[in-house]
Design a protein around this ligand. Structure first.
Ligand code: SIN
Ligand code: NI
Length: 249
């Protein structure tokens, strides 16, 4: 049913992911599932945005805890299974988010690494699945990645709205290969949590609808740092982030 599964993913794909920090995996969910989750994602985000001005970029974190339909995508066996094969170690859910770029928006998500934003230690293999729920050609705001950038583990968090910030912090990355990966509905890119990535604006007249599921090592421990997911929890520095809010793959 799926073009790529944990059993069929090639060693070549896994080693490319390890080397470059990202990979495109076609058909991680079916076209029918993509359409079903596309509509559910738009409905879930309209519920949350109700009464607010429509933002250029909407981000809804941990939808899986509130929306039965989206929960099935976040906990989708094929997505988690492929993520765990790429990571090569036991993983658990960190969080999910629906990322919608409204039609004709002018705002890029500038180059950044994800991990510096997270209150984590002992999670060297964390990675994100960015699942296209509609066709995402370059003009609709697909992702680009900097090959090998996941090896930079010492950078402080980069400003998502400042296209120069990452390169100011790490000038070498300006000369590394950049890869832009348009996706069809149901395709997915996986990127390592320290792989620098960006997404161009959506210049089309349809929303760009993506669902991102983020996985962390089962060994991940808490480091004191503000984060929307862990702020409501009473975690102590050094404690494992685990339990029913962070289900194992
Ligand atoms: C985006 O989809 O615009 C950005 C996603 C990300 O930063 O992971
Ligand atoms: Ni990111």
């Amino acid at each position: 049913m799926y073009q790529t599964t944990p059993d069929t993913i090639s060693d070549e794909a896994i080693s490319q992911f390890k080397q470059r920090g990202f990979i495109k995996i076609p058909g991680v969910i079916s076209k029918e599932e993509a359409t079903h989750f596309h509509d559910a994602a738009l409905e879930a985000s309209a519920r949350v945005d109700q009464g607010r001005d429509r933002p250029v970029f909407s981000q809804h974190v941990n939808v899986w805890r509130e929306d039965e339909t989206m929960r099935a995508l976040t906990l989708h066996k094929n997505v988690g299974g492929v993520a765990q094969r790429l990571a090569g170690v036991p993983m658990r859910l960190w969080h999910d988010h629906i990322l919608i770029k409204q039609p004709n928006n002018q705002v890029a998500t500038e180059f950044h690494q994800d991990q510096p934003y997270w209150p984590h230690a002992h999670s060297p293999n964390a990675l994100s699945a960015w699942i296209a729920l509609c066709d995402v050609p370059v003009e609709r705001g697909c992702m680009s990645f900097i090959a090998g950038s996941h090896r930079h583990s010492d950078l402080t968090a980069q400003n998502l709205l400042d296209g120069r910030d990452l390169f100011g912090k790490c000038p070498d990355l300006e000369y590394e290969e950049r890869v832009t990966l348009p996706l069809k509905a149901g395709d997915c890119t996986f990127h390592h949590a320290r792989c620098a990535h960006m997404a161009v604006p959506n210049q089309t007249d349809r929303p760009r609808v993506a669902h991102v599921v983020i996985f962390m090592d089962q060994t991940t421990t808490y480091v004191e740092k503000n984060h929307v997911v862990t702020d409501p929890l009473d975690l102590q520095e050094g404690q494992r982030i685990e339990g029913e809010l962070f289900p194992a793959v």
